[in-house]
Write a protein that binds this ligand. Structure first.
Ligand code: ADP
Ligand code: ADP
Length: 235
């Protein structure tokens, strides 16, 4: 069954110099499925992930997530319901970790569990062990290597058992030698947790090397009205 389903979704940005429109004619993601979204910088990958994170409303279209009609929630300005759904069902791996500097790795990971109302110390420890950061749990982000920080961010994204994990260029801050490993680790941990995974990347070859199916966007130069379009279609 589809965890996520978009139909004819559209979001446009006016922009002074360069108006932009993202179009998603059809997109479905099954429970537990992993996929890389590939496109050059400015092609709308972050815009799509923001909509999927329930953080920005599409202008139009159909959007069903985990059996919930998301467009209906946006139309009703149900920000409470959107935030609750996001906290319980979605995990995010930001580009550069996004960890809170004044909290230990352990407290950072526990944060998503607390917000979701789902404390689970055993799961936290299991994730830390699988990700090779068990010995670093008492340290703050500044005391960790870049690779360790990104593994803490992966544990945090999975600690509350989300159905969907969203990662926007999760290897942007990681050395190239480490990037393949981080992508492979992310995919493995999501698979082990049964979470579906979407990774946005400008490097489809790297994603493919790490074992991801890749959906490339089609970019269109500005049309007569000056709008550059980017299309993510997965029929
Ligand atoms: P990517 O993640 O692929 O680099 P983005 O989704 O960040 O692409 O951006 C797609 C386009 O939308 C770009 O032209 C960008 O300038 C524009 N854009 C993104 N966010 C905003 C915003 N909040 N306001 C106006 N334009 C935006
Ligand atoms: P079926 O009729 O075989 O169930 P559909 O294509 O109607 O196939 O639905 C498949 C998935 O798409 C379901 O998860 C459903 O919730 C979702 N879906 C149906 N209509 C829309 C829509 N307008 N926008 C987004 N998702 C939709």
């Amino acid at each position: 069954t589809a965890l996520l389903s978009l139909r004819d979704v559209r979001k446009a940005y006016r922009g002074d110099a360069a108006p932009f429109a993202l179009e998603v004619p059809r997109f479905e993601l099954a429970e537990g499925e992993a996929l890389a979204l590939a496109g050059p910088s400015g092609s709308g990958k972050s815009t799509l992930l923001m909509m999927l994170a329930l953080a920005a409303p599409p202008d139009a279209g159909g959007f069903v997530f985990a059996g919930t009609d998301i467009m209906r929630l946006w139309r009703g300005a149900r920000r409470d319901a959107l935030a609750a759904l996001r906290a319980r069902r979605i995990g995010v791996v930001p580009q550069t970790g996004g960890l809170l500097s004044y909290l230990t790795a352990e407290a950072n990971i526990a944060l998503t569990q607390r917000i979701a109302g789902r404390r689970d110390a055993a799961r936290l420890r299991m994730l830390a062990e699988e990700l090779g950061i068990a010995a670093q749990l008492g340290r703050r982000p500044a005391e960790l290597s870049v690779g360790q920080r990104q593994r803490v961010a992966i544990a945090r994204a999975l600690a509350h058992r989300p159905a969907l994990v969203l990662a926007d260029e999760p290897t942007a801050s990681v050395h190239p030698e480490l990037a393949d490993a981080v992508l492979a680790l992310l995919r493995r941990e999501c698979a082990a947790s049964g979470a579906a995974l979407l990774v946005a990347t400008h490097d489809p070859d790297r994603a493919a090397r790490a074992g991801y199916p890749v959906l490339a966007c089609a970019t269109h130069a500005p049309d007569a009205s000056g709008v550059a379009r980017s299309v993510f279609d997965r029929p």
